[in-house]
Design a protein around this ligand. Structure first.
Ligand code: TPP
Ligand code: SF4
Ligand code: MG
Length: 363
């Protein structure tokens, strides 16, 4: 006898929040969080750094997914800092995998649950199967196994928490480290004054273009309701889904601990991390158009990893950001266009940044 595989359908959160939005003096809507589930499958008591972006992302993704979830975590900060022998902050089943095999391990879990439910050996419903891999794992060492799982369309959510470095082993460069981002493997000096010379790998676009049957989206910890809704959309999608989430690393990027969520918004407002969704049914990209467009210096000056940048490096990044604005269908304001000229800039170490207004944590 064969049993039917029954799947969850998770309702989406109200992005506008439950209270009237008010405008701050920069014209941005301030929202309040909608009612969130009380459950917290990523419990308090873990040992990540204060202000750790990946930890914030883990908490929100798991709040959105709920208690009927099973998790895998390839080696990285979110394995090492979260788990010590026989102790983890997860209230749901969780397994560590080698850094290269997050995709293959998760494929096995998905196929196993399907088979057990069909044979009547597991009562169901089909659980939320999630792997959260760092950028070193998802975009580099474990890319092949995640691509294989997406290609075979296993019903699971594959998340890359992107802190733009191999953090756990001492902040080494990864394929997603941005141009000029300083890491222990890309120090700046007389020979290479910008530190990192290469532009970052566009992991999410690669995943969407290469696996057009999958739900693919980008998100940041600056927009928590959007992140939670994309988690739910990815889980509701029957088949493989990939979510690329930008997660600042306080230790590796060197910024004030309380600024993690703010940096998660500024990267979008500076045009350096476009937020979008790929709809596999219509094979269409939907881009988020932020209400504020900033010069890249508003973002760079908050972080010590960019402090060595010279005017020509800043201008190069502004050129890239302006290209991103055009790619997502937005106009490039004159002051941002002017920023393509190195003569427009000082050394970054001489820049200051304004402390942001309290914008709340809504969408
Ligand atoms: C095959 C292999 N190579 C290298 C390592 C060493 N290693 C452990 S954690 C880690 C960093 C992983 O970086 P990332 O996936 O970005 O996660 P993060 O530490 O940034 O959270 C590395 C290189 C390993 N465990 N396995
Ligand atoms: S090093 Fe970075 S990613 Fe790792 S725990 Fe600290 S803040 Fe989080
Ligand atoms: Mg990383």
């Amino acid at each position: 006898m064969t049993y039917e595989v029954v799947r969850h359908h998770l309702p989406l959160f109200d992005e506008e929040g439950r209270s009237a939005a008010t405008d701050d003096d920069a014209g941005r809507d301030r929202h309040y969080l909608p009612d969130l589930p009380a459950e917290d499958p990523y419990a308090a008591g873990h040992r990540t750094c204060a202000g750790c972006g990946p930890a914030i992302q883990y908490r929100w993704v798991l709040k959105a997914a709920g208690e009927d979830s099973v998790l895998a975590g390839p080696t990285g900060c979110m394995y090492v800092a979260n788990s010590t022998y026989l102790c983890t902050p997860y209230t749901v089943p969780w397994a560590h995998t080698p850094i290269a095999s997050g995709g293959s391990f998760t494929s096995g879990m998905a196929a196993g649950y399907e088979a057990m439910i069909r044979k009547g050996r597991y009562p169901g419903p089909y659980p939320n199967i999630i792997v959260m891999a760092g950028d070193g794992s998802a975009s580099d060492i474990g890319l092949g196994s995640i691509s294989g799982a997406l290609y075979r369309n296993h019903d699971a959510l594959f998340v890359c928490y992107d802190n733009e470095c191999y953090a756990n082993t001492g902040i080494q460069t990864s394929p997603t480290t941005p141009y000029a981002g300083m890491t222990t493997f890309t120090p700046f000096g007389r020979a290479i004054p910008e530190g990192k010379k290469l532009p970052p790998k566009n992991l999410a676009k690669m995943m969407a273009a290469g696996h057009p049957h999958c739900y693919v989206a980008t998100a940041t910890v600056g927009y928590p309701v959007d992140l939670m809704n994309k988690t739910r959309k990815g889980l509701n999608h029957v088949g493989a889904a990939f979510l690329h989430c930008y997660t600042p690393c306080q230790k590796g990027w060197v910024y004030q601990t309380s600024m993690t969520v703010e940096i998660g918004r500024r990267v979008v407002e500076a045009g350096l991390f476009p937020v979008w969704e790929y709809d596999p049914e219509n094979r269409a990209y939907h881009y988020f158009h932020p209400p504020v467009q900033r010069p890249v210096t508003d973002y760079l000056a908050m972080q010590g990893r960019f402090g060595h940048m010279l005017p020509e490096h800043i201008a190069a990044l502004q050129r890239g950001a302006n290209q991103n604005w055009q790619d997502i269908g937005m106009d490039v304001p004159a002051d941002l266009r002017a920023g393509e000229d190195p003569g427009h800039h000082k050394r970054l170490a001489e820049e200051t940044y304004s402390m942001p207004l309290n914008r709340g944590v809504g969408a």
